[in-house]
Ligand binder design. Structure first.
Ligand code: NAI
Length: 267
């Protein structure tokens, strides 16, 4: 006879405030839409006021205009959302910026921007969660496969995203068991950030060929995973970095192109 399953932790659903940063576009917008559909009281935060108001109005949700790299502005925006919608229960630190240049060509301004948005922005978000998130809260950070397998031309971005994974682990240790902190490292996800690459047939085909799942990722691929990681279904999962890349990190740059054709010929 099958053993009785242990009782599951109480599932309290999506009641409460969920703040998503970088929610005016791409991945952040898709996550905000999913959490809203799931029943959370979503506050969409972005530095792009017109963009974030457009999405928030469509959802009937709250729009917050702030730069995540500005600690006071982020704190004030989150405080104004908690005043209206109650304690911060879910936070998605998604806002990020990248650049593509040779290491020798990056200006101090370029590096400072990448660092302040991608690293300090996540740090200030984690700090807000550490200070005010109640028992059962959860945070999700968005890093990148670039942080795990750095690419030429993205040195500051890769370093910043590696820092996001480290911040996730440090915060998960400090905030457990009250709050869970996890991370997603997406591969190539088609969004306005990289539309110029995705829209080019030859570039898109190169990326598809290097992706075992044979397609580009979508914002909704990320949003579906985000919903799970933030939910009570993932209540035993903390400090993890989940790679969502259609399998592209599996490809061995040295050996797969050598062994793969042999397998096709003789296998
Ligand atoms: P996106 O450019 O479409 O959206 C980013 C949003 O963040 C924009 O609405 C922008 O206004 C906002 N934002 C930027 N800086 C901000 C700041 N200082 N304060 C507040 N809002 C700010 O980009 P996408 O593709 O949706 O990227 C979202 C996250 O996913 C970023 O952290 C990015 O690094 C990461 N990512 C994206 C990948 C992709 O292939 N699209 C791959 C790996 C990671």
């Amino acid at each position: 006879m099958a053993e009785a399953l242990p009782p599951r932790p109480p599932v309290s659903g999506w009641a409460g405030l969920a703040v998503v940063t970088g929610a005016a576009s791409g991945i952040g917008e898709a996550i905000a839409r999913r959490l809203h559909a799931a029943g959370a009281d979503v506050a969409l935060l972005d530095r792009d006021g017109d963009g974030v108001r457009r999405v928030a109005e469509e959802l009937g949700a709250l729009a917050l205009v702030a730069d995540v790299a500005d600690r006071d502005a982020l704190e004030t925006a989150i405080a104004s959302a908690t005043e209206r919608l109650g304690p911060l229960r879910h936070l998605v630190n998604n806002a990020g910026v990248g650049n593509l240049k040779r290491l020798s060509d990056y200006s101090e301004r370029d590096v400072d921007l990448i660092w302040r948005v991608n690293v300090s922005g996540v740090f200030w978000g984690l700090q807000a969660a550490a200070r005010s998130m109640p028992e059962g809260g959860s945070v999700l950070n968005v890093a990148s496969v670039s942080g795990l397998r750095p690419t030429r031309g993205e040195a500051p971005y890769s370093a910043a995203k590696a820092a996001v994974v480290a911040l996730t682990q440090a915060a998960a240790l400090e905030l457990a068991p009250r709050v869970r902190v996890n991370c997603i490292s997406p591969g190539f996800i088609r969004t306005p950030l990289n539309e110029v690459l995705a829209a080019d047939d030859s570039t898109r085909s190169t990326i598809e060929t290097a992706t075992p799942m044979d397609r580009l990722g979508t914002s909704d691929d990320v949003a579906a995973l985000a919903e799970f990681l933030l939910s009570d279904e993932a209540s035993y999962l903390t400090g993890q970095n989940v790679v969502l890349d259609g399998g592209s990190m599996l490809t061995s740059a040295q050996m797969d192109p050598v062994l793969g054709p042999l397998l096709d010929r003789f296998g």
